[in-house]
Write a protein that binds this ligand. Sequence first.
Ligand SMILES: Nc1nc2c(c(=O)[nH]1)N[C@H]1C(S)=C(S)[C@@H](COP(=O)(O)OP(=O)(O)OC[C@H]3O[C@@H](n4cnc5c(=O)[nH]c(N)nc54)[C@H](O)[C@@H]3O)O[C@H]1N2
Ligand SMILES: Nc1nc2c(c(=O)[nH]1)N[C@H]1C(S)=C(S)[C@@H](COP(=O)(O)OP(=O)(O)OC[C@H]3O[C@@H](n4cnc5c(=O)[nH]c(N)nc54)[C@H](O)[C@@H]3O)O[C@H]1N2
Ligand code: SF4
Ligand SMILES: [Mo]
Length: 743
Amino acid sequence: MAELPVTEAELIDRFGPHLNVEPAGGWNAGIDFDREVETHCCFCGQQCGIKLKVKDDKVVGFEPWYDFPFNEGKLCPKGVKRYLQNESPDRLLDPMVRDPGAPGGFRAVSWDEALDRTVSEIQRIQQAYGKDAFALLSGVSLSNEKSYLIGKFARLGLQTANLDYNGRLCMVSAGAAGKRALGLDRAANPWSDIPLADVVMLVGCNVAECAPITTSYVWRARDRGAKLVVIDPRVTPIARTADLFLGVRPGTDSAVLGAMLHVIIENDWVDHEFVAAHTVGFDEVAQSVADHTPEWAAKLSGVPAERIVEAARLWGTSATGMLMHARGIEHHTKGVDNVTACINLGLATGKYGKPGCGVTTITGQGNGQGGREQGHKCDQLPGNRDITNPEHRAYIASVWQCAVDEIPGKGLTAQEIMNAIHDGEIKGLLSICFNPLVSLPETRFTEEALDRLEFYAAIDFFLSESAQHADVVLAGSLHEEDEGTATSSEGRVCKLNAAKAPPGNAWLDWEIVLDLARRLGRERYFPFRNTREMFDEMRVASHGGTADYYGITWEQIEAQHGVFWPCPEIGHPGTPRLFEGGRFYHPDGKAKFFPAPYRPSAEEVDDEYPIWLTTGRVISQYLSGTQTRRIGPLVEQYPEPLCEMHPRLAEQLGVVTGDVVRVTSRRGSMDLPARVVETIRPDTVFIPYHWPGRQAANQLTQRALDPISKIPEFKVSAVRIERTGEHREVHDKRVTTLHEERR
Ligand SMILES: Nc1nc2c(c(=O)[nH]1)N[C@H]1C(S)=C(S)[C@@H](COP(=O)(O)OP(=O)(O)OC[C@H]3O[C@@H](n4cnc5c(=O)[nH]c(N)nc54)[C@H](O)[C@@H]3O)O[C@H]1N2
Ligand SMILES: Nc1nc2c(c(=O)[nH]1)N[C@H]1C(S)=C(S)[C@@H](COP(=O)(O)OP(=O)(O)OC[C@H]3O[C@@H](n4cnc5c(=O)[nH]c(N)nc54)[C@H](O)[C@@H]3O)O[C@H]1N2
Ligand code: SF4
Ligand SMILES: [Mo]
């Protein structure tokens, strides 16, 4: 392979997250602080342990927390710089109401005015149009306790069915497939299993940039001689060190994964004993891939048939193996099928419930795992219970001490809520920890919808792009200002500790929610005085559900450096590895195969829109960027979106790095500089999505949803690209690093 640019992520990939190298004089050199607080990173689902240094009720720095076993002091650039968001001049210090006459369009008001206004609008809208005409959109950067509180607040405070969360854009395909096949939705393994695998297969996950600490686990496996297989349209940093790379065309994974199963069956690499003892439905799945030959899959996916056969051989013949996937295969109208195809590979070869064996999603947001278990979703009650199941409803009603029929039924999912707002069926919205204007597909549609709301209130600590469309903005709390728990990608429940109090007139998020409940006259359901009391009720509410937290105490979490759920009794040590002994979580103890044959994506390329677009992330920016676009050193590293394209496509278009191109889909168009790289398929371009407005990748994406999980198809759009004639220096540290390297 040709010499490739050296990126920050690649450095991490080569040397391990290297920022735990203690500077001369020690971490504390030059930083004056009063105390250190052991807590976790506010960003991704790795939930790295970190110590925050505090001086005069301000977070002034950090120090690696070497004793926390998951990351052993390692941090990625976002973790290192997170403390800088604390003193941002943009921090909201007061509640605000829209006032076109005021500078910035908002005027600071008292909490009484902001909350009374919000409650009177909720009541007006619900009286005029029905309870469900007021919706709540939430997010899983929130702790388990807040997720639990929001779920209960929607059902018993607002009394609306229409509650959903930003994990709908993230984890739901994996969750639905896991629950359906295995009876439980959690990573199958602790990460300490990765180094025990003989083959590590990474499918649609940019580990080095999006789950950076996972890199060191993969490398430890490789140091033991494990083979690394990567399936991705881009040669991501970790893929550059792979033994086998399958450069799949976006949207064709189920063809490739199905063909791998076809090869495994053809060569009889199936673990018949495991399949017979612990699964049902294998024959139907075998039938469904009978025509998925490697040659057929090669035509669709552009991956040479030999590589598909080789990947199948590595997976099918090695004694141990871990398959890890993320949004690359989940952000599709067949996201659930893609995950199911991965699970089928694991079940067919008996790679579950043993050291170094498992098929596992890598969660995204900080509490992407815990937040999807505590009754935060439109179809769910705490403990990952089903809101339509009468027994589950009765149990939760007993915990909440309400009548069963006080709990509303299943509501709309996040994108469906936005569609209903656009249609005028939902008239009011409260959002917390969600920036839909940047993160939902088809930006123009979302903006139209937000402007049609009769009333919109947002709880945030920054005036996000969505909050700019709100009538009332409620100044909430940063991660480091509250305590609670969050559950990492591994399924490890971690303890978050408060480092400081919210500044100015900002409140803790949960104080805002409790006050709204009180003003709505529903305080009898919300007697909580602190986070601990919410945690304790949540434990009981989760008891007997598949996501059982009952036995977990804060003290045990701190003593053990995290507890893996399920943990059904006090004194139980937790469950790091799931499915041991081939025991799955369906009533019969067996896993279920489901057919997942290939079907096309919602949109195909044609003469007018001949190029595939896929979207995703870069290491230094986080999600809709509200936080990381306010942290100088991270902005400097990757200040604006760039359109990654292969030299062959660039040549066809007559484009070099820095030339501004116009990328147009059936939804809209955007202008942005090209970045020419050899690390992407020539028929595909990649745009990171962390920016708003005219820089938003979601101007181009579509609202097509997976029929089961209702996740949008962020990973496949058809576009055309033209030069605009403009050229700009692109300020991408990675490109600069390349020049410096070559000098
Ligand atoms: N730096 C950073 N880290 C993050 C985040 C962040 O915003 N920034 N966000 C966090 C969150 S919430 C999430 S969900 C995770 C996401 O983590 P990932 O899923 O790893 O990240 P993405 O960039 O969305 O997509 C991953 C890869 O999928 C590939 N891909 C695109 N289309 C396809 C396809 O059709 N098939 C296959 N096989 N691959 C495809 C892309 O090329 C990309 O390399 O990251 C978490 N960590
Ligand atoms: N095109 C494209 N679009 C995508 C994706 C993609 O790959 N491509 N990925 C999707 C994925 S996986 C995800 S997870 C979504 C994420 O999409 P969002 O959830 O909309 O993104 P965030 O940036 O996390 O927005 C959260 C908002 O909550 C605020 N916030 C953060 N923490 C807290 C807190 O503790 N309390 C309060 N009150 N507010 C808080 C932040 O300031 C921010 O304004 O985007 C999705 N959109
Ligand atoms: S963003 Fe993720 S990998 Fe980076 S330090 Fe935070 S938790 Fe760790
Ligand atoms: Mo995500």
